[in-house]
Design a protein around this ligand. Structure first.
Ligand SMILES: Nc1ncnc2c1ncn2[C@@H]1O[C@H](COP(=O)(O)OP(=O)(O)O)[C@@H](O)[C@H]1O
Ligand SMILES: [Mg+2]
Length: 456
């Protein structure tokens, strides 16, 4: 018996014809279900994972066309093929219009029919893949993955949903790692534009001379490297959202062009005098102080006002530490799933350590710490030993406090002291291990060993 190829539903009111088609398909290795009427067909697709529906044009008094429309309405992934005795263009066109993928003419030429089925299966597979990816994307960027308890972030969430319901330009500010990227995506994927493209441009990563063509496109020959016409991000994001990350770094010449776009929704490809239009919602972000840049005349005031329509300021994580436990849970779930580990939580002591840390890298730093801990953890909870060592000592003052505290075991204190000394030696030796080892009066092997156990 050949391998199973796919699941096909044959809808045909004439039992002889139906049997003939079904039997032939079974012999080819398809799993086949049969239906004699519209109702039977609809019942079957509710119960079976039908991929392709082969539908006769006339089903007694019922219309195969109407069934195709209904199948598509109930499950847009099902790929229908129409079987018809009337070899007319009109019939074919009508079938395609109702959502049939293709049609075959009676009497059925089986060799041709099998080829049609192969193509239909390929289409079904691709469609399912696209649908899968989309739902994973929508799931990933749904508001329920935006984690907070703090008042400050509750306000942010309120602004986000207002932004998602509007078309206005959004300006997001906050230190690195506070969630600017995430918020831009959440807004897009819960806005009316969610089916359109979301494009992100990280401005500092583009060479200064290429920023304009990257954003607005360029005609062939507009500059030395332009061998082909280049489509810019504004054009490519038509119908969707363009996320301009680190907008504070935009050079003055391009600032003018962005302003023009925000005012008139028009732009020019480099080297062209033809104005183009694009339906693009702009979300900008920066970790710099735009007001200050405006005062220093490094950023155009008029552009600043155009961008600053809906303003979302993200507070650093150290100012909303009450969010930390929830974020920790969220990342534990995410990364233990990814790493296929069964980690259920974090020890009180380890959580305490996290709550004491200032997180200059904000949520991203916390996320990385948890990701690493999940990889290292041996048991079912993350312990202090699984967390990166850098969390432990922040300042001389803290070291002094911790060493004078008799409630803590000596081994912990020794460990903290060692870590501090190793770091100092490494700094002083510019990271050269052999020199650091000499400074510390230990062998290089011993230094490597200690660095490894302390995760330095
Ligand atoms: N409130 C939040 N809930 C869940 N994950 C968050 C939250 N804020 C930030 N993150 C995560 O932290 C990481 C850094 O966020 P990101 O948006 O890239 O920061 P930024 O763009 O401000 O540097 C990302 O993986 C993001 O998903
Ligand atoms: Mg970012």
């Amino acid at each position: 018996m050949p391998e199973l190829k796919g699941v096909i539903l044959v809808v045909e009111d004439d039992p002889m014809q139906r049997e003939l088609i079904a039997e032939n398909l079974r012999q080819e290795g398809y799993q086949v279900f049969e239906a004699a009427s519209t109702q039977e067909a609809l019942n079957l697709i509710a119960q079976r994972p039908v991929e392709i529906a082969v539908v006769d044009y006339k089903l007694g008094n019922e219309s195969g066309l109407e069934l195709i429309r209904e199948l598509r309405r109930r499950n847009p992934l099902i790929t229908p093929i129409m079987v018809t005795a009337f070899a007319s263009i009109e019939t074919a066109v009508e079938a395609i219009k109702q959502g049939a993928y293709d049609y075959v003419i009676k009497p059925v030429d089986f060799q041709k029919f099998l080829l049609t089925l192969e193509r239909a299966r390929e289409r079904f597979r691709l469609q399912r893949e696209v649908a899968d990816l989309r739902s994973r994307l929508e799931e990933k960027f749904s508001f329920k993955n935006f984690i907070f308890v703090s008042k400050a972030m509750e306000q942010v969430a309120g602004l986000m949903s207002r932004a998602a319901r509007s078309e206005a330009t959004v300006l997001i500010t906050g230190e690195t790692g506070t969630g600017k990227d995430l918020i831009a995506r959440l807004i897009h994927f819960s806005s009316e534009r969610s089916r359109g493209p979301f494009l992100a441009v990280n401005l500092p990563s583009i060479p200064e001379t290429l920023v304009e063509s990257e954003l607005f496109g360029a005609e062939k020959g507009a500059y030395t490297d332009a061998r082909e016409r280049k489509i810019g991000k504004f054009e490519a994001a038509d119908g969707g959202t363009l996320f301009l990350d680190e907008i504070g770094d935009l050079n003055p010449a391009v600032q003018v062009k962005l302003l023009r776009f925000l005012q008139d929704r028009e732009f020019y490809r480099l080297g062209s005098t033809r104005a183009l239009k694009a339906e693009v919602r702009v979300i900008a972000a920066t970790n710099r102080n735009l007001e200050k840049l405006v005062a220093e005349e490094k950023f155009r005031a008029d552009l600043y006002y155009r961008l600053n329509v809906i303003r979302i300021d993200l507070p650093p994580l150290r100012e909303r530490k009450e969010d930390i436990p929830l974020l920790v849970d969220h990342f534990i779930r995410e990364y233990s799933r990814r790493e296929k580990k069964n980690i259920k939580g974090i020890s009180a002591e380890a959580l305490d350590l996290l709550l004491k840390h200032d997180f200059p890298g904000n949520v991203r730093e916390l996320e990385n710490a948890i990701e690493r801990a999940i990889i290292f953890a041996e048991g079912e909870v993350i312990t202090r030993a699984d967390l990166p060592v850098f969390l432990e000592i922040r300042s001389e003052k803290e070291l002094a406090e911790s060493t004078s505290d008799f409630s803590r075991p000596l081994t912990d204190k020794v460990r903290e002291l060692e870590i501090r000394e190793i770091r100092r030696a490494l700094e002083k030796s510019g990271g050269v291990k052999s020199r650091a080892a000499r400074l510390l009066g230990i062998t290089e092997r011993m230094l490597s060993y200690k660095m490894k156990i302390y995760g330095l």
